[in-house]
Design a protein around this ligand. Structure first.
Ligand SMILES: [Zn+2]
Length: 162
């Protein structure tokens, strides 16, 4: 499942990328551009803007109801029956959506702050925007958040259980 999101759901776009979903994000308020990307790349349009219903085929559009990003995320995954697969978490560049590649620590020497280089072992590189990523406290926090969302999603799928 691939998505294209517009600027009505920016935080949701970030959550989807953190979880590893292939998510194109269009910053400009440009409905024709979003629709064109959806058609060319077979991406589901996800937006709070209901105007897409009239402009695009209904099947290509998911209308987000909530204004809370975590609730939006849970509703989308629930409605589309998608799972949160842990092996995909944090596998994408949060800036541009490309899949990150593991890089040898030696290759990052001089490209990151000395403190980071001295304290981190695993580095990842984005082939599209050339950004470097490593595990830091915010990564642990994102993983923690995903675990929380995953258990909430599981809870919703088992109605009747505590
Ligand atoms: Zn990137």
């Amino acid at each position: 499942m691939k998505f294209v999101l517009d600027n009505t759901v920016g935080k949701l776009a970030r959550l989807l990328r953190i979880a590893g979903f292939d998510t194109t994000y269009v910053v400009e308020n440009d409905l024709p551009q979003v629709i064109a990307i959806s058609r060319e790349q077979q991406r589901l349009i996800v937006s709070r803007n209901s105007r897409y219903e009239k402009l695009a085929l209904a099947a290509d559009f998911y209308h987000v109801e909530s204004d809370d990003p975590e609730e939006q995320f849970l509703a989308l995954l629930s409605d589309l029956n998608l799972d949160l697969e842990e092996n995909l978490w944090l596998s994408r560049c949060l800036e541009c959506n490309a899949l990150l590649e593991r890089v040898d620590k030696q290759a990052t020497s001089g490209k990151v702050w000395p403190y980071v280089w001295a304290t981190q072992e695993k580095f990842y590189h984005c082939p599209d925007c050339d950004k470097l990523f490593w595990s830091a406290t915010h990564v642990a926090a994102m993983r923690e958040k995903l675990l929380e969302l995953k258990s909430e999603l599981d809870r919703r799928r088992r109605p009747g259980e505590p």
